[in-house]
Structures are given as structure tokens and as C-alpha cells.
Design a protein around this ligand. Structure first.
Ligand code: GLY
Length: 386
């Protein structure tokens, strides 16, 4: 008899003991999402990344290129969960970004304004939000040079560069394309097309990977140099840069239906997916050419960005390989290895992103834009099912 009860107790203990240890990814995600409601709106403290070793949030003002992602995360959490609290808090944070519409010192207007006000517009038909997107597009247009045929990316490092254009800049075109749809002023669309065409001509290599920075002579439009700023070397394939290219040209195809753009996105996607250094779990190392591979840091932000782009590429091509990659990345990220522990009280979801490796900054950390593209991928997959 005692033996019988003993056996039953052992089974119960084993069952519950094991199940409490089993990682529940849905629950872990819900716990992470809840952290976004605990973090109070503050116009000077947009969470950008999290220093795991110091247990400190890296906070930035709205002028930082990443500010819009945090706001976009709140809007996307509202869309995913339907919980109005995210909407209320998203509206408060969105308002803090308005002053960026006059900031002509950066090309990052799309990241800041479109990931915030653009996401908000999906849920609120606001004239104010539309006007802010148009004003921001006018400001961004002032950085366009007709002779080069591009928007200037950075103003810093003037001793080295005359007119640097980075592959990341493709992402800012989404706001310009949308500004034309909102305002019916075709100038934004035309300018975005010119930028995309110039980048198409000059940023890509024979193997379909891309350079990070192309520097032009603004007087005659000649190329001065093709280099890197965030990769391991000038000829390397910086993972997030490949992601900006894949996403950027897929998005440009959405607005133009120019088959050259889709072909560009697919060719670079092919380079990325077939690369022998892409990890088995689908998460790239921060640079495909880091000699420290397999001990180099990973970049979840690149994986999430490409995963999101590939849901869209799948819709245009019906190529299952793209959808499979997106699903694989989501599957990988929904694990204890990648989701932050509940005990970390900061509004971030995922670990293992790399911000700026050459500057030894934000290495293997949670970073806001990884969460942004992860949430976007979840939403795109969800909408695909519908
Ligand atoms: N746009 C800057 C970066 O990707 O780090």
C-alpha cells in the first residue's frame, strides 16, 4: 500500500517538477510585454538598449535614431494584444517625437517619425499625425542632392567623408512613399525612387552583398569611396546592413512595383540565406566575415529585420523559403535562450543583439529595434493567416 502511494507521489512530483521547469514561451513573452506598461513616459528617456552586466537601461532623447522604435513597440503591442493600455501609453510617447519633424541634421527621420507616427496612423485616423509625417518628409527632402541622386545620411566625420550614404538609409524611404500617398504631392515618391536607384547602382557587390557606406563627391556625383562604419572591414557583409538592403528593397517594391527592386531584395536575401556562416538556428553573427566566428556575437536585430522582410517577400514571390526563414527565426527566438528573464525589469523582449561592434557598444545586448522587427514579424505572420 505505502509502496503504491509512494509511487503515485513520485509520479506527481516528477510531473509537476518537470512541468514547472519547462519553459513556456507564450507566458515568457506575456511577462515581457507587461514590462512596457510599467515604464513611465519620459521625453528624455526612450529605452534604446539594456546593459545586462550593469542592469541599467540605456536611455536616449527623441533625437536619437532609435527613439521611434520604442514607440512603435507600444503601438505593435496594442495591435497584438488589443489591450487599450498600450494605446494610451503609445499616444503619450508618440507626442514626444513631434519636434523631430524640424530636425534636418539626420537622415534617420523615417526611423524616428514613421516607426512612431506611422504605426499610430494604423490605429488613429489623425490629421495631426499625417501633417507631422508630411512636415518630416519635407525636412528629410532638404538632405537630397540632385547631382548625387541621394539623400545624405550623416553629417559627422566631415574630415573623411563628403557626402556619405549608408545602406540603412533605404529604410527612411517608407515615410517618403507614404507622405505622397497622404498628401498627393508626388515629389516625395520621386525623390525616394531616385535614392533607391542610386543605391541600387552603387551599393551592391558581385556576390549580391552590400557595402555599408558609399561616399560621393556632392559637386559632380562621383563616388569617392566604398567603406564600412559598423562592419568588421570595408569588404565585409555586416549582417544588419544586409537586412536593411533586403527590407528596404522589398518595401520599395511595395510602393513602386519596380521588378528590379524585388530582384535586388531577392538576390541579397539569397546571399544571406545561403551564406555558410549563417547559424543553424537562423540568427546571423553580427558580421558574416568576422574571423572570430563561431565565437563572434550574434545579432538578433538583423535576424528579426530579415524575418519581417521575408514575410513580405513571400507575399510577392510565393517562395516558401522566405516564409520558412521567418518562421524559423520566430521559433528560435521564442526560447529561453533568447527571451529575457522575467526578473529583468526593463521594457525589452529579446537578448543577443549587437549595435556597434567596432565601437564596442551594445554588444550581445537587448536592443529596441530587435524587439520592433520581432513584433512586426509576429504581426505580419498573424495577418498572413487571416
Ligand atoms: N542605422 C544604424 C544601425 O543599423 O546601427
Amino acid at each position: 500500500m505505502y509502496k503504491f502511494f509512494g509511487a503515485i507521489l513520485l509520479v506527481i512530483f516528477f510531473f509537476f517538477g518537470c512541468s514547472s521547469e519547462t519553459f513556456n514561451s507564450e507566458k515568457a513573452l506575456q511577462n515581457r510585454y507587461a514590462k512596457f506598461l510599467e515604464y513611465q513616459p519620459d521625453s528624455l528617456a526612450f529605452p534604446r538598449s539594456f546593459y545586462l552586466d550593469k542592469n541599467v537601461i540605456n536611455k536616449k532623447p527623441s533625437k536619437d535614431w532609435t527613439s521611434g522604435f520604442y514607440v512603435g513597440n507600444l503601438w505593435q503591442l496594442f495591435e497584438l494584444t488589443g489591450n487599450m493600455k498600450y494605446k494610451e501609453i503609445a499616444q503619450k510617447w508618440t507626442a514626444f517625437i513631434e519636434k523631430e519633424k524640424y530636425n534636418n541634421k539626420t537622415h534617420d527621420m523615417g526611423f524616428k517619425v514613421f516607426c512612431s507616427f506611422g504605426q499610430g496612423l494604423k490605429h488613429i485616423n489623425s490629421k495631426q499625425y499625417k501633417d507631422i509625417i508630411i512636415k518630416s518628409s519635407q525636412t528629410l527632402s532638404t538632405r537630397f542632392n540632385d547631382t548625387v541622386g541621394s539623400i545624405r545620411s550623416w553629417d559627422f566625420n566631415k574630415k573623411r567623408w563628403d557626402f556619405p550614404v549608408i545602406i540603412d538609409n533605404m529604410m527612411n524611404l517608407e515615410m517618403l512613399f507614404e507622405a505622397t500617398k497622404i498628401s498627393k504631392d508626388s515629389s516625395f515618391h520621386k525623390l525616394a525612387v531616385q535614392h533607391a536607384n542610386t543605391t541600387l547602382k552603387n551599393h551592391f557587390r558581385e556576390d549580391n552583398s552590400c557595402f555599408h557606406v558609399v561616399d560621393y563627391n556632392p559637386t559632380n556625383g562621383n563616388i569617392r569611396m566604398k567603406v564600412t562604419h559598423q562592419g568588421i572591414n570595408d569588404n565585409s557583409a555586416w549582417a544588419r546592413g544586409q537586412g536593411w538592403a533586403i527590407y528596404g528593397y522589398t518595401m520599395a517594391y511595395r510602393f513602386t512595383k519596380n521588378s528590379k527592386y524585388l530582384a535586388r531584395a531577392e538576390a541579397t536575401a539569397h546571399f544571406y540565406l545561403k551564406h555558410p556562416n549563417l547559424r543553424e538556428d537562423g540568427i546571423p553573427y553580427w558580421d558574416f566575415n568576422d574571423p572570430d566566428i563561431p565565437n563572434a556575437p550574434r545579432d538578433v536585430s538583423a535576424a528579426a529585420l530579415v524575418a519581417s522582410a521575408m514575410v513580405e517577400m513571400y507575399q510577392y514571390t510565393k517562395n516558401e523559403n522566405y516564409l520558412n526563414y521567418s518562421k524559423k527565426v520566430v521559433n528560435t527566438l521564442m526560447s529561453e535562450e533568447y527571451i529575457l528573464k522575467d526578473t529583468i525589469n526593463a521594457p525589452f523582449i529579446l537578448k543577443h543583439s549587437t549595435g556597434n561592434y567596432p565601437k564596442n557598444d551594445e554588444i550581445d545586448e537587448p536592443i529596441v529595434y530587435a524587439d520592433y522587427y520581432f513584433l512586426e514579424t509576429l504581426l505580419r505572420l498573424k495577418n498572413l493567416k487571416k
